[in-house]
Design a protein around this ligand. Structure first.
Ligand code: S3P
Length: 174
């Protein structure tokens, strides 16, 4: 069953700070798949950071670029691939439809406290810059939940070691 699952890209969705990149990287190495972080890929192709893109062109422009990058990553994969997406990607109707159609989608979920703590480590998220990060994260977490819940696989990531989350994912995939 696992081998059949790996025919399609594995796409991680969920809130900022939930650990999509850390989980994705480790999962890919265990499965011997390649790993791509869609946010990194957007920055590379735009030759700008995400805060710069938001600042210069706005969120709508970013979402279009994000959709194109994710579509390309899902289409060009030779061999298996794990893709970590930015927290808002799956909320965009077209991007979500594309991902649900082409990938094995995993919603990585966690408590609000975990998101607050993890996002505080880096100031690279434009959406958290104009207000209280906890309030913004709490609101986004609630409004985005119905979208994330459309992913067929739901994994709760606790505060324990990464390998616990990875094991849950591997169980769901097998
Ligand atoms: C965003 C999440 C970020 C990044 C951008 C917007 C969001 O990615 O794409 O700042 O709308 O939740 P991470 O989920 O990797 O932080």
């Amino acid at each position: 069953a696992l081998a059949r699952r790996l025919d399609r890209p594995i796409v991680l969705v969920g809130m900022m700070g939930v650990g999509k990149s850390s989980v994705g990287k480790r999962l890919a190495s265990i499965l011997e798949c390649s790993f791509v972080d869609a946010d990194d890929e957007i920055e590379r192709s735009a030759q700008m950071t995400i805060p710069e893109i938001f600042e210069a062109y706005g969120e709508g422009f970013f979402r279009d670029g994000e959709r194109r990058v994710i579509a390309r990553l899902m289409a060009e994969n030779k061999g298996c691939i794990v893709i970590a997406t930015g927290g808002g990607a799956f909320v965009n109707d077209e991007t979500r439809a594309l991902i649900l159609d082409k990938a094995v989608t995993i919603w990585l979920d966690s408590e609000l406290d975990t998101l607050v703590e993890r996002t505080a480590r880096k100031d690279n998220r434009p959406l958290l810059r104009d207000g209280n990060p906890r309030e913004i994260l709490s609101r986004l977490r609630e409004t985005r939940r119905p979208f994330y819940a459309q992913a067929p696989i739901h994994i709760l990531s606790g505060t324990g070691p990464l390998i616990q989350t990875i094991n849950k994912v591997l169980q769901e995939l097998s």
